[in-house]
Design a protein around this ligand. Structure first.
Ligand SMILES: C[S@@+](CC[C@H](N)C(=O)[O-])C[C@H]1O[C@@H](n2cnc3c(N)ncnc32)[C@H](O)[C@@H]1O
Length: 245
């Protein structure tokens, strides 16, 4: 893991206000998750708790958020102190959570894309698998391994850009540059192919692996116009995966 979120935690939290987050990312992830009422849910790489809160508000019985970054968890706990939802936030590594198979659903928004190689991806998939009950479901939104990032369009109008330096090959770093009103910052993901992801998920015991392209919310289309979203929807830099234990 090369991107340290401690120094950029507060800035990253503000990127969640960018319209594409609500109208594409969250709309698709929450559509795929479906009805979480009564379910036990773990949000791995929860950051400041954006999805932990959404899923708890939609009726999940228990939500645990885990993140490697102390600062991210501090922000999550701060929000929890202001609006008590009963979410437990833990500083921890998703590759080795030390939790038993106690969850119906594991979610992760941008976790697997921090694997720099197959071994790290294997460790992440095993980490997720270990906390799921038999039949439990894993739903994740991730940097898209089927996007050809070197030829991707500019996503600048949505508030971010992507770039690749050097050869486009397995393990190549992908830089996401986020733009905010008061500045910009970078985070780094890594390219591992669709096939590598499928192998790692199957090796961890997952089955019924399905990939889903992002969707646009009807409200997003109505407010901004369909044309506004074409770069993002035609060559999506994000993708969703769902699979079962
Ligand atoms: C792009 S942020 C996403 C945060 C949150 N899921 C969201 O959508 O707002 C990625 C997060 O992954 C966390 N992370 C990276 N590697 C991790 C690991 N091995 N275990 C737990 N968290 C990890 C980082 O600390 C960071 O908060």
């Amino acid at each position: 893991m090369t991107t340290d979120y401690d120094p950029i935690a507060e800035q990253y939290k503000r990127t969640k206000q960018q319209p594409w987050r609500a109208h594409v990312e969250a709309f698709t992830l929450m559509t795929l998750i479906g009805d979480p009422v009564g379910k036990t849910v773990i949000d791995i790489a929860c950051g400041e708790g954006f999805y932990s809160r959404l899923i708890r508000r939609r009726g999940a019985a228990k939500v645990t958020g885990v993140d490697l970054s102390e600062k991210m968890i501090e922000l999550a706990r701060g929000t929890e102190a202001e609006e008590r939802l009963g979410i437990d936030y833990i500083v921890g590594d998703g590759r080795n959570l030390g939790l038993g198979p106690e969850y119906d659903l594991a979610i992760a928004a941008y976790f697997l894309n921090y694997a720099r190689n197959r071994a790290e991806l294997d460790a992440m998939c095993v980490g997720v698998a270990r906390c799921l009950k038999p039949g439990g479901r894993f739903v994740t939104v991730n940097c898209n391994p089927s996007c050809d990032f070197p030829s991707a369009p500019s996503y600048r109008k949505y508030g971010f850009e992507t770039s690749v330096v050097g050869a486009w090959r397995e393990e190549a770093p992908i830089t996401w540059t986020f733009h905010l009103e008061d500045g910009r910052f970078d985070i780094e993901n890594y390219f591992l192919s669709v096939r590598t992801h499928e192998q790692a998920l199957h090796a961890a015991g997952f089955r019924a692996v399905r990939w889903h392209r992002p969707l646009l919310s009807p409200e997003g289309g109505a407010v901004y116009g369909q044309g506004y979203w074409s770069s993002l929807m035609d060559q999506p830099p994000l993708i969703l995966i769902e699979c079962l234990m």
